[in-house]
Write a protein that binds this ligand. Structure first.
Ligand code: DLL
Length: 432
């Protein structure tokens, strides 16, 4: 079922035409209303009309998070403050947030693209949706909230945390759809299993996102909650959730290409990589009014999938993100993405979904310790079983990462856990 069937099944030639006419308008808006962009155009010796096709976008310089910081709070706004109906910001906990604003049209567009991905995943009018993202400057909660209301769902704005209450409301309200970070959904799944609550719940679908996950983690969550789980990507600087999302077939995330032009670049050279290869996602907005953005460097790594999806949607897809270029760890000279480690850990049935990576340096060598919770306490009684499991995980990590790591199995519920984005990496190197 489609929310906007015509646009969701548009042919590529018409899509490219639409993208180009919207790009021209957006570049004009940037040039005339945002001093930073005017300066960037001038420095490059270009005017908006010099961008004659979509590929010409590479003539313009990229925008980074530092540009938001340098223009804090409203320097990148392209409209008068009177037109701003909503403010959001990055979810970082330290320093000043990157601030974004939304006009009425921005809010309409945003709720449309979120409604699209909700329906593509299987949300239907009349469903009951529980939002367990934290409300606040974070775009996740209100973004999904508006989109689900547009679909016609009954939305429960519960916010994150208070797991007892989450489970109670889920049961008493007959929640069908859960909206959460994958790490929090995994925790709720463990609680549901531990308490044998599954039969009392009506959950059918999970709309997850806001942080990285792996196929194996998603499948574990699906099993524990008895749902279909979809992955959704976005970031506040671009709009929030809605940039891309998986449909019920979970073949990668359909991109809202009618509103966002996506490039995949080599993060070192900033040159485009061939279609289908991995690189950094760089995004230009096509229709945003308050905070139009040109070639934003997301730091997120993925690739574009172009093969047809059985759902019939024609827009290209993003593969589940590999990680962020700035969360890649270099340990003993080896590049390691936390998602690779998660991929290994989640293949074990007797390992839980909560883990942490601790990186230290003893003066001359890096060390990686992988701490992971056990699924239940029964294994703790058998030293032999623990040794066997530790050895097996170490071996698998060595073959996947090309690196030896210390593996520490801990009791369920020992590692820190919250309702927001999980903090998986503790890098204690070079800190005195
Ligand atoms: O996390 C927006 C969002 C909320 C998307 C809820 C989907 C669902 P920010 O707080 O600005 O915005 O953080 C953006 O989070 O650059 C990625 O590194 C990461 N991220 C978001 N979604 C995913 C995902 C929201 N599905 C940053 N997979 C992004 C991997 C994700 N990483």
């Amino acid at each position: 079922m489609f929310f906007q069937p015509e646009i969701e099944t548009i042919d590529r030639a018409s899509l490219r035409k639409l993208q180009y006419s919207r790009l021209q308008q957006s570049l004009e808006r940037c040039y005339h209303n945002v001093p930073l962009y005017r300066q960037r155009f001038d420095e490059a010796g270009l005017k908006p009309e010099d961008i004659r096709c979509l590929e010409d976008i590479t003539k313009l310089p990229v925008t980074t998070k530092a540009d938001f910081r340098d223009n804090y709070p409203f320097g990148l706004f392209a409209v008068d403050r009177k037109e701003v109906l909503r403010y959001h910001g990055s979810s970082g906990t330290t320093g000043k947030p990157t601030v974004v604003g939304y006009t009425r049209n921005d809010l309409d567009m945003w709720s449309d693209i979120v409604a699209r991905l909700c329906m593509a995943a299987g949300a239907r009018p009349g469903d009951t949706a529980q939002i367990s993202f934290n409300y606040g400057l974070f775009t996740g909660a209100l973004g999904l909230h508006m989109g689900l209301e547009k679909v016609g769902c009954g939305v429960i704005p519960l916010s994150g945390g208070n797991t007892e209450k989450q489970l109670m409301i889920m049961r008493d309200f007959g929640t069908n759809i859960l909206i959460a970070t994958p790490s929090y959904a995994a925790y709720l799944g463990e609680m549901v299993q531990e308490r044998g609550l599954r039969d009392q719940l009506k959950l059918r679908l999970g709309l997850f996102g806001g942080e990285g996950s792996t196929d194996t983690m998603m499948r574990k969550i699906e099993q524990s909650l008895g749902i279909i789980a979809t992955d959704n990507y976005g970031m506040s600087e671009l709009i929030g959730p809605g940039v891309s999302g998986e449909c019920e077939f979970r073949t990668g995330q359909h991109i809202a290409e009618d509103h966002f032009l996506i490039e995949i670049l080599d993060p070192e050279t900033l040159e485009p990589v061939p279609l289908g290869e991995y690189g950094e996602i760089v995004v230009t907005s096509l229709t945003k009014e308050c905070c139009p953005i040109i070639r934003y460097r997301t730091r997120d790594i993925s690739r574009i999938l172009t093969d047809p999806c059985p759902c019939g949607r024609t827009m290209y897809r993003l593969e589940r993100l590999r990680g962020r270029s700035d969360d890649m760890l270099i340990i003993k000279g080896v590049n390691v993405f936390p998602s690779q480690i998660e991929g290994v850990l989640m293949t074990y049935d007797n390992v839980g979904t909560n883990y942490q990576l601790v990186v230290t340096n003893n003066g001359y060598m890096d060390n990686l310790e992988v701490q992971v919770e056990l699924q239940d306490t029964s294994l703790l009684e058998s030293f032999q079983m623990l040794e066997k499991l530790t050895g097996s995980i170490k071996e698998k990590l060595r073959s996947v990462l090309g690196l030896s790591a210390k593996v520490t199995l801990v009791s369920p519920g020992t590692l820190e856990r919250g309702a927001g984005k999980a903090k998986r990496v503790l890098d204690l190197r070079n800190k005195g």
